[in-house]
Design a protein around this ligand. Structure first.
Ligand code: NDP
Length: 477
C-alpha cells in the first residue's frame, strides 16, 4: 500500500497545481483535502496524471499510502490551519516523518513548530513557494528551511518540480528551521516595493503628461526588452493593455484603487525593524497599500487642497528615459534592503544564508524574477560578505547614472504633487547610506540633553556628556 513518494494536504489553488506538477514529474503523490468534493473534482480533472495520484479518503489512508520516512506537504492557509493539520497528523506520524509547510508561514511560527515536533521525532520543513498558480503548476521557486536529512529525502522531488533557469533548478536548501520561510517573506517584501515603484511610475505617466493605459503599456513593453526585464514589468504591460470586457475601456481604469495585503509585506517590515535594518522602500510600499484603502478619506482630502501645477517641463521621451533609470535605481535600493534584512536575520539566527544562491533561485519561477537577479547572484559570488548591494562594484556602475534619474523623478513628482513614496524612500536611503558624515551627532546631543544618554566624542574613547549637564545638574562631562 505504501506506494506514494510524498503526500499533499490542501488541494486549493496552490496545492492542486503542486500535486499535478509532482505527478507530471513522475512522482506518485497521495492527496487529501478537508472537503471531499474538492478532491473528487481534482482527481476527476487530472487526466493522465491521475495514475500518479493516490486519492485518500482519510488522513490515516494518506499516511499509509506514503513510503517511509513519509514527507507530507501542507498547502493550507498560514496560521491556525497549519497548527490544526499538524495536530491531526501528529498521532499518525512517527520518527523521521516529515511535515512540509509549503504555505506563507511567519518564520517564527515555523521555528516554534520545529521545536514542538522535535520530541516526537517528526521533522518540520518550512518551504517557501513562490510563483502563484502558474508557478505551482509549471515550476515555482522553492526556498527550503529544514534539517539536512529531511532535505536529502525530499530534494529530488523538490528540484524536479521547481522552475529551471538555464537548466538549474530554482530550489535550494537555505538553512535550518525558519530560514526558508524568512527568505520567502523577504521575497514578498521586495515584491511589494517593486510593485509599488512600478505603480508610482504609472501614476507619474498617467497624471503628469496624461498618457492613457495603452500608451503606458507600450512603454512597459519596451522596458521589458531592456535593463528592467522582469516578470512584473511584463505583466504590468499586459494588465495595462487589457480592456474591460463590459465597457471596452482599459480595465485598469475601472479597477478601484484600493490594494489588498495579506501579511508578508508587513512581516518584512516588522522583521526589519526588530533587526534594526532600514527597509524604507518596503515600508513605503506597505504603507501605500494601507493608505490606498482609505479611499473615502482620500476623496475628502482631495477636495480640501488644490492640485499642484502639473505642467511638463520635459518631453515625454525624456521623461520616459528618466523614469526607466529611476525605476532601476529604486529597484536596486529595494533589493539592497531585502538582502540586508536577510543578512541580519542570518547573523542573528546563525543560519549562514547563502545570498548568491537565494538570488539564483529567484531568477525563474517566482514573482520577482528579473534580469537583475542574475547580476545580484554574480555580485554575491564575487564577494559573499558584501555589506550592501549598492556598494558592489557592478551596482555602483549602474547607480552612478541611475541615481541621477531617480533624483530628478522624485523631485519632479514632489513638485507636481504626484505621490512617489517608495521611489522617494529609495532616494533618501541612497543619500543617507552614501553620506560619510550624517546628522546623528545632533540627535545624540539632543538625547544627552534630555535623557543623559551620553555620546561618543570624535577622537576620544568612552561615553561623554555635554556641558548642559551642569545646568540641569544631571550629568558630569
Ligand atoms: P486556497 O484558499 O486556494 O486553498 C486552501 C486549501 O487549504 C484548501 O484546500 C482548503 O480546503 C484547505 N484548508 C483551509 N483551511 C483548512 C483547515 N483549517 N484545515 C485543513 N485544510 C484547510 O489557498 P492557496 O492555495 O492560495 O494558499 C495555500 C498556501 O499557499 C497559503 O499559505 C498561501 O499564503 C500560500 N501561497 C499562495 C500563493 C497564491 O498565489 N495563491 C502563492 C504562494 C504561496 P477546503 O477545500 O476544505 O476549503
Amino acid at each position: 500500500m505504501s506506494e506514494a513518494e510524498i503526500g499533499l494536504i490542501g488541494l486549493g489553488t496552490m496545492g492542486s497545481n503542486l500535486a499535478l506538477n509532482i505527478a507530471e514529474k513522475g512522482h506518485k503523490v497521495a492527496v487529501w483535502n478537508r472537503t471531499a468534493s474538492r478532491m473528487k473534482s481534482f482527481v476527476g480533472n487530472a487526466g493522465d496524471l491521475a495514475e500518479n495520484i493516490v486519492a485518500c479518503d482519510t488522513l490515516e489512508d494518506l499516511m499509509q499510502a506514503i513510503r517511509p520516512p513519509r514527507p507530507v506537504i501542507l498547502m493550507v492557509p498560514a496560521g491556525d490551519p497549519v497548527d490544526q493539520q499538524i495536530d491531526a497528523l501528529r498521532p499518525l506520524a512517527g520518527m523521521g516523518d516529515i511535515i512540509i509547510d509549503g504555505g506563507n508561514a511567519n518564520f517564527h511560527d515555523t521555528e516554534r513548530r520545529v521545536k514542538e515536533l522535535e520530541e516526537s521525532g517528526i521533522v518540520l520543513v518550512g518551504m517557501g513557494v513562490s510563483g502563484g498558480e502558474d508557478g505551482a503548476r509549471n515550476g515555482p521557486s522553492i526556498m527550503v528551511g529544514s534539517d539536512k536529512a529531511a532535505w536529502q529525502r525530499i530534494e529530488t522531488i523538490v528540484t524536479d518540480i521547481a522552475a529551471k533557469y538555464e537548466g538549474e533548478p530554482c530550489a535550494a536548501w537555505l538553512g535550518p528551521g525558519g530560514a526558508g520561510h524568512l527568505v520567502k517573506t523577504i521575497h514578498n517584501g521586495i515584491e511589494y516595493a517593486d510593485m509599488q515603484m512600478i505603480a508610482e511610475v504609472y501614476g507619474i505617466l498617467r497624471d503628469g503628461p496624461g498618457l492613457g493605459a495603452e500608451e503606458i503599456s507600450s512603454i512597459f513593453t519596451r522596458w521589458n526588452d531592456g535593463r528592467l526585464n522582469s516578470y512584473l514589468i511584463e505583466i504590468t504591460a499586459e494588465v495595462l493593455a487589457t480592456a474591460d470586457p463590459d465597457s471596452s475601456v482599459p480595465l485598469v481604469d475601472v479597477i478601484q484603487d484600493k490594494a489588498g495585503q495579506k501579511g508578508t509585506g508587513r512581516w518584512s517590515v516588522i522583521e526589519a525593524a526588530m533587526l534594526g535594518v532600514p527597509a524604507t522602500c518596503i515600508e513605503a510600499a506597505v504603507a501605500a497599500r494601507s493608505l490606498s484603502s482609505l479611499k473615502r478619506e482620500r476623496e475628502y482630502a482631495s477636495r480640501r487642497y488644490p492640485q499642484a501645477p502639473r505642467q511638463q517641463s520635459v518631453s515625454t521621451g525624456d521623461l520616459v528615459a528618466e523614469l526607466e533609470g529611476a525605476l532601476l535605481a529604486g529597484k536596486i535600493a529595494a533589493y539592497a534592503q531585502g538582502f540586508a534584512i536577510m543578512r541580519a536575520a542570518s547573523d542573528k539566527y546563525g543560519w549562514d544564508l547563502p545570498m548568491a544562491t537565494i538570488a539564483r533561485i529567484w531568477r525563474a519561477g517566482c514573482i520577482i524574477r528579473s534580469q537583475l537577479l542574475d547580476s545580484i547572484a554574480k555580485a554575491y559570488d564575487a564577494k559573499p560578505k558584501t555589506a550592501n548591494l549598492m556598494v558592489a562594484p557592478s551596482f555602483v556602475d549602474i547607480l552612478l547614472p541611475a541615481h541621477l534619474a531617480l533624483r530628478v523623478t522624485a523631485g519632479r513628482a514632489a513638485l507636481q504633487g504626484l505621490p512617489a513614496p517608495a521611489l522617494s524612500a529609495a532616494l533618501a536611503y541612497f543619500d543617507s547610506y552614501r553620506q560619510a558624515r550624517g546628522t546623528a551627532n545632533l540627535i545624540q546631543g539632543q538625547r544627552d540633553f534630555f535623557g543623559a544618554h551620553g555620546f561618543e566624542k570624535i577622537g576620544s574613547r568612552g561615553q561623554k556628556h555635554g556641558p548642559w549637564a551642569e545646568r540641569t545638574g544631571k550629568n558630569k562631562v
